[in-house]
Design a protein around this ligand. Structure first.
Ligand code: F1P
Length: 349
């Protein structure tokens, strides 16, 4: 059995270090380029994992640069372009694709550039892909290229590219300094929490996995949901934290693991929700930077990053843990995470 997936999950801090260097080398043209798009709305887009990346990336870009941004699935641009682009709007579209060959994403880049005359900045792991050849400009996270079918280090590394774009566009030196500490923090967190991820992944009393995240963490919750589904064919769902009360909580029971990808801005709301979830009898895993009293009372387990990083800097540090839960769940079910059922590395229609 090949070991690509686990190798790539554990190699994320190294990929982040290389990606920070790679994007740092593009700084000069990026500063000029991003100045030219002042006032433009950024439309981040992709498919599957890359769509989840677009969701979190848009939220980060908006907050750090105070610019307008949205994350949309490539299929919506393909089928409902007028829903996204208005006649007199000014846009920069950012198609995201690990492979650079996913059909919807490539078709969208072609359509946007040729039919709408809108500028495209592609983000990929391969500089010689179809997508890279179509886009006006490109940023390549080559250290995040993967053998595996499921996306792990490519997800976090391409999200880090968007964080760097945001830091460079805003000129926020403190934010960029925080990003520079992610590789070292990542090594420490993987070393400290890999075993608890294995424990939750192997817990055969669990039969459903629910991931909650608000704001920029919703894209991560969606990606964590997809990982465990792809690798282990488990029942998994993702919601904005506070949406969970509006119906989905009906399935919370002692066989459910509810993982909260905590924010700072929503802490009071999220802590109150955690208490409600515990009272429903579900198992609770909380990922946070610093544990609060409520979290200590209501969480079955807390992954406390203790990084001291802002909520918009630390996001990717949550991902190795949720990726590893999916990985170990697959192994515990006798499945091979490197050959996930029904999936291929690229979807070409
Ligand atoms: C997108 C994608 C992945 C999915 C699987 C198939 O790929 O749909 O999200 O997990 O690997 O491809 P890409 O456009 O980012 O290459």
């Amino acid at each position: 059995m090949s070991k690509a997936t686990i190798k790539e999950i554990l190699a994320q801090p190294e990929a982040w270090k290389e990606t920070l260097k790679d994007i740092g080398r593009e700084r000069e043209w990026l500063i000029k380029y991003l100045r030219e798009i002042n006032g433009h709305e950024l439309i981040f887009t992709g498919c599957g994992t890359s769509y989840h990346l677009a969701l979190s990336g848009a939220s980060i870009y908006s907050k750090i640069t105070n610019g307008k941004a949205r994350g949309v699935p490539a299929s919506d641009i393909l089928i409902f372009p007028d829903m996204i682009f208005t006649k007199n709007g000014k846009y920069l579209t950012v198609p995201i694709s690990r492979s650079g060959t996913t059909t919807e994403t490539v078709r969208v880049a072609q359509f946007i550039k040729e039919k709408l005359g809108i500028e495209t900045l592609g983000i990929s792991c391969y500089g010689d892909s179809k997508l890279s050849g179509i886009c006006n400009r490109k940023l390549i996270a080559s250290a995040a290229a993967e053998e595996s079918v499921v996306m792990t280090k490519s997800f976090t590394s391409m999200l880090l590219v968007i964080q760097m774009i945001s830091a460079i566009k805003s000129g926020d030196k403190d934010y960029e300094k925080q990003l520079q500490s992610l590789p070292e923090e990542g090594e420490r967190i993987i070393d400290k929490y890999q075993s608890i991820a294995k424990e939750f992944g192997e817990d055969d009393k669990l039969n459903k996995f629910i991931y909650l995240g608000q704001g920029p963490f919703y894209g991560l919750a969606s990606e964590s949901m997809l990982k465990i589904k792809e690798m282990s064919c488990s029942n998994s769902e993702a919601y904005h934290c506070l949406e969970f009360r509006h119906g989905p909580k009906s399935i919370a029971d002692n066989k459910a693991l509810v993982t909260m990808l905590s924010s700072d801005s929503g802490e009071d709301y999220e802590d109150a929700l955690l208490k409600d979830i515990k009272e429903l009898g579900a198992r609770t895993l909380v990922l946070c930077d610093k544990a609060t009293e409520e979290k200590l009372n209501s969480a079955d387990y807390i992954v406390e990053l203790d990084s001291g990083l802002s909520e918009y800097a630390r996001l990717i540090l949550y991902m190795p843990i949720t990726q590893l839960i999916g990985y170990y769940r697959a192994l515990s079910k006798g499945l091979d995470p490197d050959s996930p059922k029904n999936l291929t590395q690229v979807v070409e229609l």
